[in-house]
Design a protein around this ligand. Sequence first.
Ligand SMILES: [Fe+2]
Ligand SMILES: [Fe+2]
Length: 429
Amino acid sequence: MLDNSTNKTNLKLRDVETASKMMRRYYRTVKETMRDMAGYLPKMCWWPGKKLLARHIWMDALHADMLRSRTLDLRYPRVDVEDNDDVHLLSILEKLPTAPTDEQFLISVYEVIKPEIVKSLTKYLQNSDPLDDAPTHLYFRRIMDEIGMQLEEYQSIMKDFHDATNPEAVKWNRLVGGALNSCGGIDGPDRQIDPLAASFVERPAYELPLEGGRDTSWEKAVVQVSPRAARNFTEEQIRVAIDHANEVWASETPAALIWEYKNMPWELYFWAARWCYDEMRHATMGVERLTVMGLEVGVDYPMVPDHWRAFRERGVKYLLLLLHRLEQGGPIGKAKWKKKFIEMNDLAAAQDCDYDWADESGHISYGVAWLKAVFPEWSKEQTIDEGNKIASEWGEWIGNHHKNGTHGYEIFLDRMDRKMEALSNSSGK
Ligand SMILES: [Fe+2]
Ligand SMILES: [Fe+2]
């Protein structure tokens, strides 16, 4: 092995074998932290934190993809790139979602793991020849720059949420940092965890929640769909935007798949990460449209995990089945709404539908690939039948809540009516 420490001529020497092993550990760190964030996303109640995770899961999947590809460039055997060689590091990373609170989970990812990744990549570059190892330099510059952006986004939302002197948060930070250090850190080589750090690894395994978490400051409802049909175009605008805002469950579903299914082909995680972010973008589009109309999430309209409430106990793969089935109608529905919003001169809503429609076409192919992976025993016909069955059960579930008056929507109908009245008075209509 070439060793930089003995080099007297200031050459940057690191052989390919060493570089590829380090690259693989970076890949596994970024990939497994991304899977932790995906696993925690459904549990996260704090709305700014939930949005942050979805965006960064996608960015981290892009980074992991670059690191994976560079590992393979460096003659690393394809068959081994996903093997669990760095067992001690992996045993620590898989316990991050066991954080007791949203705040503590965010701290472990953004104040321990990500800063350590930046430090390791910086150090790697200091001892890497910029010509021989040029692709690594380009990839790392992008990754380091984008993690820097992520840390700024984290700090800007945490300044009002996080009390840096909170003793529990400080203790958690030390526990995670100590465990990471003990296994050889991000750079490795991997080593046995010391007894002090062992308590972290012995924590019980993280389990996905039975319902997606929603901001604790919000009013609750049972279903997201209003029991009252729209009476005019403004109410139609609101209805479409509420539907958009409630796509959070569709972000939580691919995120849950990323966590639930270990050792899947990398492409499935890569696609699911983008899918997760897209659906959070769609939800945010709805929230932003409603904000412009003066309606506040969780106060004037509900954001509820109703699809999970209805089917989660069957397993995450049935939520995937429902999501895929509902998405098949997405492109036609979004094209129809785009046309209508243009006719009614609501160009912002038309543009939301236009971009959403573009995303949805990708989701359909991701859904097909994931369904084949999680229901390998189903034929194409059976998948279609099962999809139709669960979609009709979903319609019945909502219909029953509307019929029986158990939708929990009354408070929102009253508030929306008052807001709309104020809006129409102020516009002199
Ligand atoms: Fe969507
Ligand atoms: Fe979608």
